[in-house]
Design a protein around this ligand. Structure first.
Ligand code: ATP
Ligand code: MG
Length: 728
């Protein structure tokens, strides 16, 4: 069997082989990124079947993300030494899909409430009913409730001593009632209900215990108490539980994942065998070194240092573009050049970002430049979000005043009921078509004076928009309508989200700036929407030669020849929400209040670590200097390792000079620092060229190629620290 693996190029090291051959009793492998944890799980599956004649259907592998589960299954299918059909009998799934299947076979028919926006919507309604809409944010409440549930804190055990605690308990209770009344369950319910089922139906539990003799868990660091308890139940008789994970890659803390479980596994199972892997096979030594450097700052971790097998041929590249649009441009210049000139493929590249909204600029440029890509997103396109769409609909109406769809999309901004209003307009228009059917509304029954005035004014506004540049048109809509609306509107949901609206509209202006004509801009947006819909409907071709776009969370466990981490700026990564942690969750069940800020920040750092360690050969990290006209610093995680003291000074100097953000696009450091000595000559490249011909002078991003860094305390000179490479 091991020969077979070797013939596929996988020469397991001694520790890995030891883990693979351990077939009875609990086993923990706690090891750094890229050290072969997943490879060991897959190999062990093959070993059990091929060498120990284990029944393939007695093997259960679970992990958290569906992409990782699919990859695991694929790797199992490719194992050597298995008889036909054996690999297919192995169960490799996500926790949720495994337990959902179990529930379905037991007659649970509830619909899945799987959409976060929908969940938030329900919470918002509850908040309104209780008159608490200004006090809480739906998203925060949901993750708090989820954390409680993953840690098996029942409704009756929730804290209830302060008024806020009592309120929250009531909100959670109503949310639960809503789900029951509507025959729905959320993702957490899958595990909660499964636990109830397994603890109340011994026969069912026994049958699972009989069937699954070997249970393996990947990414164990993301396990909350509840999934862990579920596993413990299943393996209780034989205790054949193998878990692998990396405490430095816990990135679901907000959902109740606690890396203590992995650190305390041997307390639950005192006889657990512990095998550590400390050789990274995935990445060049410069990337491994950078990862070590970034993560060692965290206090709450088991210290470990990864060694590397792949001596560096190149070093990570650092970019400081002016803004996200320029960032996208630079990266795509670089990637297309690599593909054209150096025989690379689009599929080698993954672009990773902290939150879905960070992908707007790159998504658009990919579309405009016709570069193939796969967007692993199920969210809504920026231009279709509730803040932005009505404004777009105003623009659409200015181009075609008979565009009924657009009219429908903006009717609520005239305080007219959408369905009734549209029905009225259509009915009026059918016998007597008007050039601007919106005007029919003037005879809508029951209009208040201010509405009549609004409708008149708005029709005039819309007529005038077409002649303006898109940015001015948007500003005009804001000035004539939104600004007043935001000030005056009493409806809580809107005042609550004032900032969100401002932010969305600022972003829309930033995007529109690139176009001269309203028609051009609207055409572009409509094309994006089409493509987005097509992509959502299409089954993804995982083999396609296309750039991958995904959040860092989705990238966990995966690897790519080249990784571009975008948005490595303060407020983005670390995300601003983590910087506000002490204000946000007052009642977090997992830790003391003082610890929260640190917790949140350490989790953001782990995200940075996860992103970096996805890269095999090439890593590009980019920190735009401006977001929507606001200056942002280089992410604290990278500041110290990338910039010299002098460069940091310079960056600060430049920023304060730049009073008008519109004129400061592309301001950044102008010197490109070469690594003192690293890799082969020619290894220090600049992505996309610092500035290609024909570009404005202003737009001069910096590119710095970074040798593996010294420690953050050490200032220049920073000699490149190659990680020790080992021969195996
Ligand atoms: P992560 O922490 O990111 O989940 P991991 O520990 O699960 O990483 P794997 O994905 O299993 O690591 O392995 C990383 C890469 O190293 C893979 O490309 C794998 O094929 C390769 N690899 C693992 N073990 C060996 C080995 N002994 N020899 C050569 N390559 C190996
Ligand atoms: Mg893995």
């Amino acid at each position: 069997f091991f020969r077979g693996l070797e013939s596929q190029g996988l020469y397991l090291n001694r520790a890995q082989i030891q883990a693979v051959r351990h077939t009875q009793g609990p086993l923990l492998t706690l090891a750094g990124a890229g050290s072969g944890k997943t490879s060991v799980l897959v190999s062990r599956t093959g070993y059990l079947i091929a060498c120990r004649r284990a029944d393939p259907s007695s093997i259960l592998l679970v992990t958290f993300s569906s992409k990782a589960a699919a990859e695991m299954k694929e790797r199992i299918m490719a194992l050597p030494g298995l008889r036909a059909g054996e690999a297919a009998k192995v169960t490799a799934r996500t926790f949720h899909s495994f337990f959902l299947y179990l529930l379905r076979t037991r007659g649970y028919r509830q619909e899945i409430l799987g959409n976060a926006r929908h969940q938030q919507f329900i919470i918002k309604r509850i908040l309104r009913e209780m008159g608490l809409q200004d006090r809480y944010e739906a998203e925060t409440l949901l993750s708090l409730w989820s954390a409680y549930r993953m840690n098996m804190t029942g409704m009756n055990e929730l804290p209830g001593s302060t008024p806020a605690e009592v309120e929250q308990r009531e909100i959670f209770a109503r949310y639960e009632e809503w789900k029951v009344a509507h025959d729905q369950m959320d993702f957490d319910d899958i595990l909660v209900l499964s636990h109830r089922l397994l603890t109340t139906e011994p026969a069912l539990l026994a049958s699972l215990q009989r069937r699954y003799r070997y249970v393996m868990v990947d990414e164990f660091q993301d396990t909350g108490l509840l999934p862990y308890e579920l596993l413990k139940l299943i393996v209780a008789p034989h205790r054949n539980l193998m878990v692998v994970g990396d405490d430095d890659q816990t990135i679901y803390g907000f959902n109740g994942a606690r890396n203590e479980f992995i650190l305390e596994f041997d307390q639950t199972y005192p006889d657990a065998k512990i095998i550590t892997l400390d050789i990274n096979y995935r990445s060049l030594s410069s990337i491994v070194g950078l990862g070590n450097e970034i993560i060692r700052v965290n206090q709450r971790r088991r210290p470990k240092l990864l060694r590397s097998t792949r001596k560096s041929g190149s070093v990570p590249l650092y970019l400081r573009p002016g803004d996200p649009d320029q960032e996208a441009e630079l990266l795509l210049n670089h990637i297309t050049e690599e593909v054209r000139e150096r025989g690379r493929s689009y599929r080698d590249y993954a672009v990773l970002y902290r939150t879905a909204s960070n992908s707007r600029a790159i998504f658009e440029q990919l579309v405009m430049r016709d570069i193939p890509f796969i967007h692993y997103e199920n969210g809504e396109l920026f231009y279709e979000q509730w803040v932005v769409k009505p404004v777009m609909d105003h623009l659409r109406l200015s181009l075609d005043r008979r565009n009924f769809h657009a009219m429908e999309g903006m009717l609520h901004t005239l305080y007219v009921n959408r369905d009734k209003g549209m029905a009225f307009i259509r009915e009026k228009d059918a016998p007597r078509p008007k050039k601007g059917p919106l005007a029919h509304l003037l005879s809508y029954p029951g209009l208040k004076d201010f509405q009549v005035e609004q409708i008149r004014e708005r029709s005039k506004l819309i007529k005038g928009l077409q002649a303006m540049e898109p940015v001015s048109a948007i500003q005009e809509i804001r000035r004539r309508f939104y600004d007043k609306f935001l000030e005056a509107d009493e409806r809580q949901e809107l005042t609550l989200h004032k900032e969100l609206i401002q932010e969305g509209l600022d972003e829309l202006e930033a995007s529109a700036k690139r176009f001269k004509e309203v028609s051009e801009f609207v055409g572009f947006v409509d094309r994006l929407i089409d493509i987005h819909r097509e992509m959502a409907a299409m089954k993804r071709d995982e083999e396609a030669d296309a750039i991958r776009l995904m959040t860092i969370h989705k990238s966990k466990g995966l690897e790519f020849p080249s990784v571009c981490l975008i948005g490595a700026s303060e407020g983005i990564l670390p995300h601003s929400s983590s910087l506000l942690a002490e204000h946000l969750d007052d009642h977090h069940p997992l830790s003391d209040k003082e610890d929260k800020a640190l917790d949140a920040l350490e989790e953001e750092r782990r995200l940075a670590y996860v992103a970096i360690t996805r890269a095999r050969d090439e890593l590009i990290i980019s920190s735009p200097a401006y977001y929507r006209g606001r200056k942002t610093d280089v992410s604290r995680f990278f500041r110290d390792v990338f910039l010299t003291e002098e460069q940091r000074e310079q960056a600060r100097g430049k920023a304060s000079e730049a009073a008008d953000p519109r004129r400061t696009r592309g301001i950044g450091l102008e010197t490109a620092r070469r690594p003192a000595a690293s890799g082969r000559p020619g290894s220090s490249r600049t992505a996309g060229g610092a500035s290609s011909a024909g570009e404005s002078r202003e737009r001069k991003p910096i590119t710095v190629t970074v040798p593996v860094t010294g420690s953050p305390e050490r200032r220049e000179p920073k000699p490149p620290v190659e990680m020790e490479t080992v021969n195996v």
